[in-house]
Design a protein around this ligand. Structure first.
Ligand code: ZN
Ligand code: ZN
Length: 389
């Protein structure tokens, strides 16, 4: 899977040591050097990553009599791999003891090292049953990949080209390859982006394969981690396959990207979900039913304690976004704008672009699905008319 470029962020020595770092949002901070026990029997290892707004990903390690389970073992990069190994070693838990990897969802900062661990230790990989990456190999791709790894250079290049052509022609692997549904070219057209997300993953596929789950769970299914039973909680919204884990005995909730302490996860309009924002609202509302949770362990940032309160904050945030769209429309003749135009009302200029448009589209579709907007195509572009409430 695609390596994430990294500039080797410094570790935080301790939480109070550096005011520049501490003034950042906690999800953006470089990784902490220490391994911390954040809940009974659950260790947090912060692994480096460098994506907009995210400086680390939390990998949770849970030991039991047989060895060790890891939840979200970091991005597909050598740096993250080295840090994972050294942090495990410092905690007296060698990687060779890992028997289970849980991947909360199909984003590379969460599944990066999963298959590599499986290849090394034979670990089981647990995901939600919907788990699917853009890079999931088809049978014929497996064949080409093997040829590419084992044959000489020319055959490798030919195989890679053939693979790329197949992927380009198929127009299925990623919604980012297709014209966007609200009108406009594929967002992933730029060559640097194509190189990063298509060619590099193919070249490096021997080391960083997307994971092949060995166990796909459904909502409510029991998962044994740390010699105790956890319950899988399907939380679609951020992705269709998002999985959280609840330990109702100790009151621990591993939330992945579903709930983050100070930022909200991206809700994509380019998804297999028919109603991504509606699903997200439902998954957030559901959090109120887990009243015994004492600590929430997110995939980025620090632990927090009030699951219900944070869910309400995120619900409110998205209702405010919907209100913003309504007031933006109210100022226009005909109450009508395109998706990129609405997007400029929701996002600051530094964030404008395909991801902002995609999230705006998800919000507009939510309004349309709830009878609060209509849409029509003009010159190949969708215009949304939003009805004020
Ligand atoms: Zn994610
Ligand atoms: Zn993430």
């Amino acid at each position: 899977m695609a390596p994430i470029s990294e500039k080797m962020p410094p570790f935080i020595k301790n939480r109070t040591g550096n005011s520049d770092v501490m003034s950042m949002r906690e999800e953006r901070r470089p990784p902490e050097k220490e391994v911390t026990e954040v809940a009974p029997g659950v260790l947090r290892l912060q692994l480096p990553m460098n994506m907009p707004g995210l400086g680390h990903v939390n990998c949770y390690a849970i030991e039991d009599r047989e060895g060790l389970a890891l939840v979200d073992p970091g991005v597909p990069s050598l740096r993250s791999w080295q840090v994972l190994n050294s942090q495990l070693k410092s905690a007296g838990l060698p990687l060779s003891r890992v028997h289970t990897v849980v991947v909360t969802h199909s984003h590379p900062d969460h599944y990066g090292a999963a298959q590599r661990i499986r290849d090394l230790t034979g670990a089981e990989i647990i995901t939600h049953e919907n788990f699917k990456t853009y890079w999931d190999p088809h049978e014929e791709d497996d064949f080409i990949r093997e040829v590419a790894v084992e044959a000489d250079y020319e055959i490798q290049v030919n195989a890679i080209e053939k693979q790329l052509m197949k992927m380009t022609n198929r127009h299925r692997e990623s919604p980012w390859d297709r014209p966007v549904p609200w009108g406009g070219p594929p967002p992933d057209n730029e060559w640097k982006s194509r190189f990063k997300w298509r060619i590099l993953p193919l070249l490096l596929s021997k080391v960083w394969q997307p994971p092949k789950p060995s166990t796909r769970v459904v909502d409510g299914q029991a998962v044994m981690l740390g010699d105790r039973e956890w319950t899988s909680v399907h939380t679609p919204g951020h992705t269709a396959d998002h999985l959280c884990l609840l330990d109702s005995t100790e009151g621990i909730f591993i939330s992945g990207d579903h709930l983050l302490p100070t930022i909200t996860p991206h809700i994509s309009g380019l998804t297999t979900q028919d109603r991504p924002l509606g699903d997200f609202f439902d998954s957030l509302e559901r959090m109120h039913s887990f009243s015994g949770v004492k600590v929430v362990l997110p995939a980025h940032g620090l632990e927090f304690h009030d699951l219900s309160k944070r869910s309400t904050e995120i619900i409110d945030h998205h209702h405010e976004r919907l209100d913003t769209l309504m007031s933006a429309a109210a100022k226009q003749p005909e109450n009508e704008l395109s998706v990129p135009e609405y997007s400029k009302h929701l996002f600051k200029e530094r964030s404008w672009g395909p991801m902002a448009d995609s999230e705006t589209f998800a919000h507009l579709e939510h309004l349309r699905q709830n009878g609060k907007a209509t849409t029509r195509a003009v010159d190949g572009e969708l215009l949304y008319r939003v009805v004020s409430s």
